[in-house]
Design a protein around this ligand. Structure first.
Ligand SMILES: NC(=O)c1ccc[n+]([C@@H]2O[C@H](COP(=O)([O-])OP(=O)(O)OC[C@H]3O[C@@H](n4cnc5c(N)ncnc54)[C@H](O)[C@@H]3O)[C@@H](O)[C@H]2O)c1
Length: 340
């Protein structure tokens, strides 16, 4: 992986990058990675609807507080940053109660950004990367799901994430914009909030274990997800953005490995001590997806990315580095070795 990324990375080294939603879990880790590894100058646009502004920012990071649904307000930034990573989104938790926000942020903002880029044709534009989601697969027909599997839309969020990615791909096909989409599986690691819906169970278990409380498992605990460590995810995201052969295409970012709730509970108990109790209670109606995993084959064969961090190691690192702290609020001392 190091090799694939380093080989392609020259294009983005020292460049100006725009990250929408850059105060959130994935966006803040991506921003930090771009600055530390590639010496990028990153401008974050975030409306703080699901994040807060850290007291102090790392070097080379500027934050603009604002709503990306009105890209015209950010014209200066859109012109100044040849690399655009569009991560801003409303969460799956609120999509059903506020479906219009879900639509306007997740899909409409994407359309407006793409329209602005098509109209204005900024000469310097290198890439527009859109982050889609494992949610679009719904209940996968087979596991692990690959990019050719049809979407199976089970909620508003999945519908709008799918629409956002389809717009991004359309604007490449129809107008030649250099777009690329990535579909994240369940991302976990330092900087995730306990309320993050994708990894709620990890955050909740960590909070409970740290407080010496019971880890409550709903149902039999054999429901699975594909948990992908944040550092692997940001590396794959940057690789997809910098690789010319990724343009106009969509890539799963996952491990292909299913991890059950029982396994998560056992690993966390292993880290906090055998005194931590695990208790099973009735299953919840909202747990309507039994198993999920994303095949990373396409990104492996096309771009050379493979996940490096096994769940056991990732969960240990999450505990060691602090699962609640924003990646941008911590000191910029690197969490990983500098580039060779
Ligand atoms: N975390 C995961 O496991 C996961 C899984 C699949 C897909 N994704 C995708 O990755 C991206 C990032 O997810 P995340 O987990 O970091 O979520 P997050 O909620 O932590 O980050 C999203 C950020 O967008 C900001 N935002 C929301 N509406 C905005 C608006 N109108 N204008 C500007 N900023 C706005 C929020 O304040 C937040 O900081 C999203 O596109 C999401 O769909 C994440």
């Amino acid at each position: 992986m190091q090799f694939a990324l380093d080989k392609e990375c020259k294009a983005i080294h020292g460049q100006r990058v725009l990250v929408t939603g850059g105060l959130g879990f994935c966006g803040s880790n991506l921003t930090r990675f771009l600055v530390e590894r590639f010496d990028c100058r990153v401008t974050v646009i975030d409306d703080c609807s699901n994040a807060s502004l850290p007291d102090a920012l790392p070097r080379n990071v500027d934050v603009v507080i604002g709503d990306i649904r009105d890209p015209a307000k950010f014209e200066t930034h859109l012109r100044a940053n040849p690399w655009i990573f569009h991560l801003a989104c409303r969460t799956i938790l609120t999509c059903g109660t506020d479906p219009e926000s879900d639509l306007t942020v997740n899909a409409m903002s994407t359309l407006r950004l793409l329209e602005w880029l098509r109209r204005e044709q900024p000469a310097a534009l290198q890439r527009f990367l859109y982050t889609s989601s494992t949610s679009i697969y719904g209940n996968c027909r087979h596991l692990p799901a690959d990019e050719l599997d049809p979407p199976h839309i089970l909620n508003h969020y999945a519908a709008t994430k799918y629409l956002g990615e389809q717009y991004a791909l359309l604007y490449h096909m129809a107008y030649g914009l250099p777009t690329v989409c990535v579909r994240y599986s369940n991302v976990y690691g330092p900087g995730q909030t306990t309320s993050n819906p994708y990894c709620g169970v990890i955050g909740k278990f960590l909070d409970a274990a740290a407080a010496g409380q019971v880890l409550t498992v709903h149902g039999d605990g054999e429901q699975t997800r594909d948990y992908t460590y944040i550092d692997d995810v940001v590396e794959a995201t940057v690789l997809a953005a910098v690789s010319p052969k990724a343009i106009g295409d969509v890539f799963n970012i996952g491990t292909g490995v299913e991890t059950s709730v029982n396994t998560i509970a056992a690993e966390i108990r292993g880290l906090f001590g055998e005194g931590i109790r695990i208790e099973h209670v009735d299953r919840r109606d909202i747990d309507n997806i039994r198993r999920r995993a994303l095949s990373p084959e396409k990104i492996r064969t096309r771009l050379g990315w493979t996940p490096q961090v096994r769940f056991r190691d990732g969960i240990r690192r999450t505990v060691d580095e602090g699962w609640r702290a924003s990646a941008l609020s911590v000191s910029p001392a690197s969490r990983r070795p500098p580039a060779a």
